[in-house]
Design a protein around this ligand. Structure first.
Ligand code: SF4
Ligand code: SF4
Length: 306
């Protein structure tokens, strides 16, 4: 499947996102990638939304962050969950990614790094840690943050929204402290684009069909409150319900409890299969390469009219 990854990189690097060729190749890449995701993975990256709110307000945000006033993941909760996750997963947990929302809004972010590194040292010394940020607050971080990143070998991943930020200064600061710095899916393209996957509020989608089209399934795996989710959508759907007063049903069958799972293979198997919530996701109607814009918090950014 290396060729699949290479194809995706070529699409992003050399083609305009507005071109027909880019769209066709991206769709083809997604199909191939989805084939890979229908099988249990050998190892997984687990994302932790240390915040759910954000200091950027992107339309169609797949974390529902524009709809969230404030959410901080308790560091004490993570201490327990990280211990359990690594004890059960060991080498099959290859990376922990701290994201949001905007993770740099969490005042105890460095403690999350310390905890993750300590458990990786115990169970999987090759385990990697990254933080995925929009970069707005990166240059305001104190020296202690950078030293902590260096100590814990944290990779800084920046999504380049091409807003007025000094990306060069970020790169130089990371270099100064010996911290690995990367862009997420950097294409060199001036205009950041976004995707929109509308909810089918009636929940009439065929779960297997929509799962096969899904970009997130068994790839963007999230941990929240002791449960692993195969995608960010189910993990954050209660924020959508709460903001719009809707009733998308989120059940026990939509996640796997890391404390109840017997072993890592049970977890990996669960993550490679559709969940009941998939009936709300209308991936057939998903739109890609939409020019980036700010959210108006309209329900139409996340859902089609019933
Ligand atoms: S920066 Fe990311 S998390 Fe924040 S609103 Fe935009 S898409 Fe959502
Ligand atoms: S609920 Fe299912 S279809 Fe929807 S994003 Fe998650 S994995 Fe994909």
């Amino acid at each position: 499947m290396q060729i699949v990854t290479a194809l995706g990189m070529v699409c992003r690097k050399f083609l305009s996102p507005q071109s027909a060729a880019y769209r066709a190749l991206t769709a083809f890449y997604q199909r191939l990638d989805s084939l890979k995701r229908q099988y249990s993975r050998n190892s997984i990256t687990v994302a932790i939304n240390v915040t759910q709110h954000c200091n950027l307000n992107c339309a169609c945000c797949n974390q529902f962050s524009p709809l969230v006033d404030e959410y901080f993941y308790p560091v004490e909760t993570f201490q327990n969950e990280c211990g359990r996750l690594l004890a059960v997963g060991k080498q099959k947990i290859s990376m922990i990614g701290f994201q949001g929302g905007e993770p740099l809004l969490h005042p105890q972010l460095a403690e999350f790094f310390d905890i993750a590194r300590a458990y990786f040292d115990k169970y999987n010394p090759a385990g990697r840690i990254c933080v995925i940020s929009n970069g707005l607050l990166l240059l305001r971080q104190p020296e202690s943050f950078w030293r902590n990143c260096k100590k814990n070998n944290v990779i800084i991943n920046i999504t380049n929204y091409r807003i007025r930020l000094d990306y060069n200064a970020m790169e130089m600061t990371a270099k100064k402290y010996g911290v690995q710095f990367e862009y997420i899916e950097d294409s060199g393209i001036i205009e950041k684009t976004t995707n929109r996957m509308p909810f089918d509020m009636a929940g009439t989608q065929d779960v297997k069909s929509t799962w096969r089209l899904c970009y997130y399934a068994n790839k963007c795996i999230n941990l929240r409150e002791g449960k692993l989710y195969t995608c960010p959508t189910v993990q954050g759907a209660h924020f959508f319900n709460s903001y719009f007063g809707t009733h998308l049903e989120i059940s026990e069958k939509d996640s796997i409890d890391i404390y109840k799972a017997k072993n890592i293979d049970e977890i990996l198997d669960f993550l490679s299969k559709p969940v009941p919530f998939c009936r709300y996701c209308n991936w057939k109607a998903a739109q890609t390469q939409i020019p980036w814009r700010t959210s108006t918090k309209s329900i139409s950014e996340w859902a089609d009219a019933p």
